[in-house]
Design a protein around this ligand. Structure first.
Ligand code: LLP
Length: 436
């Protein structure tokens, strides 16, 4: 996928760069991002809306992968941005991201985070619950400042096709329940507030979803309520944000649609329903994370030790693992990989790829078909662009790997490798016993 191919040396190449040379230059483990592919995905989402003539915002869910360079790229592509914490907001500000295009999510934003959002005058706050609604109203009244909000609702959708990361079902920590009146109560409060300007409604039904039916059902439920509110409250929100969650292909088991197909089907449904209910067509916002960056990322590892368990399995250990990709350990997530330095060799055996952490669960891939791989071969694991670096950690005091962007035969370091010094940056010595 993307610009990945095998070059004359039999090496994996991405963005016109030989990944074996990248591994030599920057060391391993190393995250490599195919910038052209990110641009292609971003444009596909935007063009779909343009083609259908629907006013829209495509907001990149930066939790998938947030760094200054990444947000600069998203800015360049003209997308909006979804942040979910003060840290992600701070990154956006430092990347000089246009504040009016930033949307702030989260089910427990602190007062400091809300104040920060108000200070920067960001585009909108996605209000999740009553505590936040009331706090925000209060903070705004203190400073006599208005703010645009979306109300996050839980439409009561269970996405059933895969073991999704579910968020849209009734029993969820997120959002105002649409069915039991909570959403309506929140809406009435917001309409009556002089400080909260309700742009619209938001829902997010889950992640790594392959079917459109969940999005369609969610849209129907929300539009139904919008029609009721139009009649009873004389209020029609102008924005319908249907969240992110569009699935990608990690292995052959995954069968996603083309990213723009999700959008097309969603829009057709919204058009049909709004006509049926005599509602104005709302602006449609979406928040893809994984589908913008997931398959653009590849992690390069060096293979080190190996272990044979006779008649059972062969383990090959790499110089990273659950510290740079926790998804296999956390979700039993599956990945495909090949040897970057022997990319055109046929598989000879199945091996299991272990990480280097002191934990049996630190396995990246089970039963991966590979040529007879061994020490110093470079393993390229695909589709690590979303929730890899962003969920990386320092378990076992392992430094986080650097990130390199490649495009048009250029490579550019965008996140440095963490050093041992960096690991100790916040540590303070224990100088003397605590005096009583
Ligand atoms: N919008 C909201 C409100 C979300 O909660 C999420 C993801 C997204 C958008 C973006 O979803 P995406 O398009 O990336 O699926 N750590 C997990 C994924 C957690 C997703 C949480 N919310 C993983 O590694 O699979």
């Amino acid at each position: 996928h993307g610009t990945a191919k095998i070059n004359q040396n039999g090496h994996l190449e991405i963005g016109g760069k030989d990944t074996v040379e990248l591994a030599e230059k920057y060391g391993t483990p190393l995250y490599v991002y195919d910038v052209e592919l990110i641009r292609k995905r971003a444009r596909a989402f935007k063009n779909t809306f343009t083609k259908l003539g629907v006013p829209a915002q495509v907001a990149y869910a930066s939790k998938a992968f947030s760094t200054i360079a990444m947000l600069e790229l998203i800015k360049e592509e003209g997308l909006s941005l979804d942040v979910v914490s003060g840290g992600e907001l701070y990154t956006a500000i430092k990347a000089d991201f246009p504040v009016e295009k930033i949307h702030f999510h989260g089910n427990n934003k602190s007062d400091e985070e809300l104040k920060m959002a108000l200070d920067y005058k960001i585009g909108c706050i996605v209000v999740d619950n009553f505590h936040e609604l009331h706090t925000l109203h209060h903070l705004c009244s203190e400073r006599d400042q208005k703010v645009n909000i979306l109300l996050r609702v839980t439409p009561g959708i269970e996405a059933h096709t895969h073991d999704y990361i579910l968020t849209g079902q009734e029993d969820s920590k997120f959002g105002f329940d649409l069915q039991n009146g909570q959403a309506e109560t929140a809406l009435i409060f917001a309409i009556e507030s002089n400080y909260l300007n309700v742009l619209g409604l938001h829902c997010h039904i889950g992640s790594q979803i392959f079917e459109t039916i969940g999005f369609i059902l969610a849209a129907r439920k929300i539009l139904d309520k919008m029609s009721k509110w139009q009649e009873e409250l004389n209020f029609t929100p102008s924005v319908l944000n249907l969240g992110g969650g569009f699935g990608i292909r990690y292995t052959d088991e995954d069968t996603p649609l083309d990213p723009s197909s999700y959008v097309e089907e969603m829009i057709n449904e919204v058009k049909k329903e709004t006509e049926r209910l005599s509602l104005p067509m709302p602006e449609i916002w979406i928040e893809p994370g994984r589908s913008l960056v997931g398959d653009a990322g590849t992690t390069l590892y060096s293979i080190g030790s190996s272990k044979d368990v006779p008649n059972i399995r062969k383990y090959l250990a790499v110089d990273g693992g659950m510290t740079d990709n926790i998804r296999p350990a956390l979700y039993d997530a599956k990945y495909e990989a090949l040897l970057a330095n022997r990319a055109n060799e046929q598989p000879k055996e199945k091996v299991s790829i272990a990480g280097k952490c002191c934990e049996s669960g630190d396995m990246l891939i089970w039963d991966l078909p590979l040529p007879d791989a061994g020490t110093n071969d470079i393993l390229a694991v695909f589709c690590t662009g979303a929730y890899g670096y962003s969920m990386a950690n320092n378990y076992n005091r392992i430094p986080r790997p650097p990130v390199v962007f490649v495009e048009n035969e250029h490579d550019q370091l965008v996140v440095k490798r963490e050093s041992y010094e960096d690991l100790l940056r916040l540590d303070l010595p224990f100088k003397e016993k605590t005096k009583i």
